[in-house]
Design a protein around this ligand. Sequence first.
Ligand code: SF4
Length: 324
Amino acid sequence: MTAPLLTVTDLEVTFKIRRGLLRPTRKLRAVNGVSFHIEPGETLAVVGESGSGKSTVARAVMRLLEPSRGSIHLDGDDISAMKGEALRRIRPKLQMVFQDPYSSLDPSMIIADVVGEPLTVHGVATGAERDRRVQDLLEQVGLGRYHMNRYPHEFSGGQRQRIAIARAIALEPKLLVLDEAVSALDVSTQNQILNLLEDLRRELGIAYLFISHDLGVVEHIADRVAVTYLGRIVEEGPTERVFAKPAHPYTEALLSAVPVPNPRIQRSRQRIVLPGDVPSPLAPPSGCPFHTRCPHVMDVCRGEMPSHESVADGGSVACYLGRV
Ligand code: SF4
């Protein structure tokens, strides 16, 4: 068995919130006790509603945010406390593609510089050699080399996301963090980008940490899925098992909202509508974080947070159902 490429253990990320100058600061725990791993070349999707902490996990893994607890190991190195030059040295292994293809590219730079910048910054290639590498990268993401001297505003959203991916793979990373990378695109462009990511994964062996609110998208790209609620992972497992036999009531509710292509099956499905909203992470519920909305809530759920236990056919779930 190979060692995991990325291991995140008991990750916690907190923010200090102050409402008004004279009020005391409060602690918002955006991510709480999150653990997962990603094997080389594997895709793990972290899914959840807005405010579930999934993008905070992505930013902590990228070391754009400081974890307040826990560890992050990448390719054998503990990167959770790395700073300065040490962090710069591991950057080539770890790259990110953001949601918004309109604001993630510098509008004043031509594409040759947008894509070639990481090669220059990390001393990989300059001049004609850099241009040759950029041409190859553009072709690898399905864009012609004749785009080199154009500016980002001259491209569609899907093309810009291809450019962002070309830049992200320029340093041959081992892990690409994709934060809602296809969410701003229309369905057909989404599919094209997902196919491109799948091709790149096969050709280059890159692993993906795929952050998304859309379980429909995740089904087509992820090997494993981790479902987040109020800063915690409540269920994780192989994509096939999670979609066929969700073990957590929250996963079940999310899946019931995913449309299926067959209209007959779609008509016969029952959507699970959860009462209320996601509680504020400033005042999370006691015990199971989902107990204020769970259709199966029991007394025990309001006491202690359930631990993760293994699920038949793979993965684990944090829920008392079937245990008490
Ligand atoms: Fe629902 Fe209880 Fe399971 Fe939480 S632990 S998801 S409240 S049944």
